[in-house]
Design a binder for this molecule. Sequence first.
Ligand SMILES: [Ca+2]
Length: 394
Amino acid sequence: MVSMKKHSEMTRRQFVTASAAGLALGGLAHGAVAMQAEAAPLNDQPARGPSRVIIDTDPGVDDALALLLAMRSPELKIEGITAVAGNVPLELTLPNALRMVEIAGRNDIPVAAGAKRPLLRRLVTATYAHGENGLGGAVFPEPKRTPVDEPAAAFIRQTVRKYPGEITLLTIGPLTNIAAALSSDAELARMVRRLVMMGGSLSGGNITPAAEFNVYVDPEAARIVFQSGIPITMVGLDVTRKTSLTDEHVRVLEAEQNPVSQAAAKIARNAINHNRDRGFLVGPNMHDSLAVAGFLDPAILEFQDYYVDVETTGELTAGETLGYSPTVGDLRRRPGTEKEAATNMPIRGSAPTLASTRTSPVLRENFVPNAKVAVGVNSTRFFDLLIGRLSGKH
Ligand SMILES: [Ca+2]
């Protein structure tokens, strides 16, 4: 792993490359980061006042609306926004993040440039869904603001260390920046209050039948995050695909004459048209803003505890998120026997091949949840919050 001192002398490129190499050599499941689950957590302290958050993002149509929602929400103290490559390359996600900060008039929020590519893979983008500029073709002026000097991973590390036990990471893109930060500092995971992600799915993917886009782009990074010991809230396709933006929502935004509502309307209008042109009957889904909204108002989502891990070696399935639980599906037990079921449930990997001398890997001896996975959504309540805040009506 890369030491902190060494890190400060490295460029972002060198750092990400070194982290990825270290992870590959160390074995993802058994690296220093995975061990942090055993350390005393600082993340069970009661919250006081607005929640300190860092938003990691790849804008992205629904990222843009999620950022505007977050910046209009007094419940959040946004310590920084970090951009990552994903929906479109970093050369676009970074200026798009800066544009949203300017539109919201929130020049107090620092923006940091993050990873240009996933830890170990070539970047796959989603211009098919977000247009060539990442904002569904909605055009805004070049931003005047510039990012801070620190690369995103260093910014995340410094900020979490500045407020140990207080920072919630709101991640609405591939998890490359977060994994790089965790890999640079073995103590960091236990200082993070919680990580709320838009990502993953327990009910099939969107970019492949198995994988949701954010996890697909950087499955190794996602695996580091899920195994980090940070309490995770996973808001995945299981709920986000139940949220469809409508013409009526956009009309409400168009009617309000303030910069955030007008910008949101422009992005949303383009996204709806783009979706319709491609023949879709519903949508677009508001993936990222649902994760932010669910953090603002937990009553929007319904959760179930799972142990979530990420497929990283599948030829067809890399980026699939697997949710283990002794209390769902055929594994459900009579009331009163759940505890025994959890104790007797090893978390298994795939069966060994004939050529292998290994036995079937047991990732954990018994069931311990690492994530609260959103399994139900009150879509009306969500859109009331989203459109209400973006329009400035409430
Ligand atoms: Ca995103």
